[in-house]
Design a protein around this ligand. Structure first.
Ligand code: DAH
Length: 341
């Protein structure tokens, strides 16, 4: 009996060493320690022994059971830690490897200047509104005091999309939509694309950008217009910037002005940027024509207002000393990357 126990101890130890996964270990555990296992069988065989030997052999069997139990547990733990080590080795990351760099984009210079401009006007209490790029003649011309066949229409070469439908030639169209939809006080800017049938050259493009501004309230005067534009020009071009008004004509304003800022490059002495005149024209403006207020249902006897239309492309090219407007539309990355932050 003793030999049988010894043999079982040895065989089990060898089998445990030889196996290499938990499944095989569990099978072996059942075969040795299970209800029908070898050890249980040995115990059953004890019945054949003389009575005085039984307690002793019983002790031996129990000790072996204990011992094998520990051996199984130890082997199981060893297998588990080996498996874990293998898994970690397989999943190892080399944190010293160089990462993949994704080229980051940046805001287009037009959008950078636009964001700056929006900040300035918002700080003065203006709302930002949007208007459709496909407009009717009513909003783009008629309501802006430009009747059919009026010579002022020749100022803008229009892309027509059909009878009465066109690509807006000016963001001024948004003025009408805003005045129709709101009651004064009104303080808005409307940035967006505008279209004209112009030949492409260094200063012309069939699509360009304007920012329309409109203020309507009781007692609004041209002094308010000048104050707002001076504040804007100083924030964009620097605190020394001067603003000058030149008389002009727009059908939707009376009086109308062309607005120049002193050249930020030369301070007004004259240079290449301002073509020697010391001033740069950046926008058109004026007091909203009474006819325009009336068309929108606003009483010109009670309310007055001013409006302006800033050329965003011009603002951007002079601001960044860009010599050719086409650069703003070609999206050459060698150009754009110079403006990425
Ligand atoms: N819409 C004009 C243009 O495209 C610019 C302009 C002038 C807008 C005077 C205005 C304004 O709102 O009052 O040339």
């Amino acid at each position: 009996m003793k030999e049988k126990l010894e043999q079982l101890r040895r065989q089990t130890a060898e089998a445990l060493e030889a196996l290499s996964d938990k499944k095989a270990l569990e099978e072996l555990r059942v075969r040795v320690m299970g209800k029908k296992g070898s050890l249980t069988e040995l115990l059953r065989g004890m019945g054949a022994l003389p009575a005085e030997e039984r307690p002793k052999v019983g002790q031996l069997v129990n000790r072996l059971r204990q011992e094998l139990q520990e051996k199984f547990d130890a082997r199981e733990a060893a297998l588990e830690s080996a498996a874990k080590a293998r898994r970690l080795e397989a999943e190892r990351l080399d944190v010293t490897m160089p990462g993949k760099r994704r080229p980051a984009g940046g805001l287009h210079p037009l959008n950078q200047v636009l964001e700056e401009l929006i900040d300035i006007f918002q700080s003065m209490g203006f709302d930002v509104v949007d208007g459709p790029e496909v407009e009717t003649e009513h909003y783009c011309f008629e309501a802006l005091n430009v009747p059919k066949d009026h010579p002022a229409r020749d100022m803008q070469d229009t892309f027509y999309l059909g009878e009465n439908l066109l690509l807006r030639t000016q963001t001024s169209a948004a003025q009408i939509r805003v005045m129709e939809g709101r009651t004064p006080p009104i303080r808005i800017i409307c940035p967006g694309r505008v279209y004209r049938a112009d030949e492409v050259d260094a200063t012309h493009s069939p699509v360009f950008h304007q920012v329309e501004g409109l203020v309507v309230d009781k007692g609004v005067t041209m002094c308010d217009l000048k104050g707002v534009l001076e504040q804007f020009a100083r924030e964009i071009y620097g605190p020394e910037t001067r603003v000058r008004f030149r008389p002009s004509f727009f059908p939707f304003t009376e009086p109308s002005v062309e607005v120049d800022v002193s050249c930020s490059e030369c301070g007004g002495k004259g240079c290449r940027i301002c073509k020697g005149v010391g001033w740069i024209e950046i926008l058109g403006a004026g007091m909203v024509h009474p006819n325009v207020l009336s068309v929108c249902g606003i009483d010109p006897e009670v309310y007055s207002g001013f409006a302006f239309g800033i050329g965003l492309d011009r603002l951007t090219t002079t601001r960044h000393r860009i010599s050719d407007i086409r650069l703003l539309f070609e999206n050459d990355r060698r150009f754009l990357s110079q403006f990425a932050e």
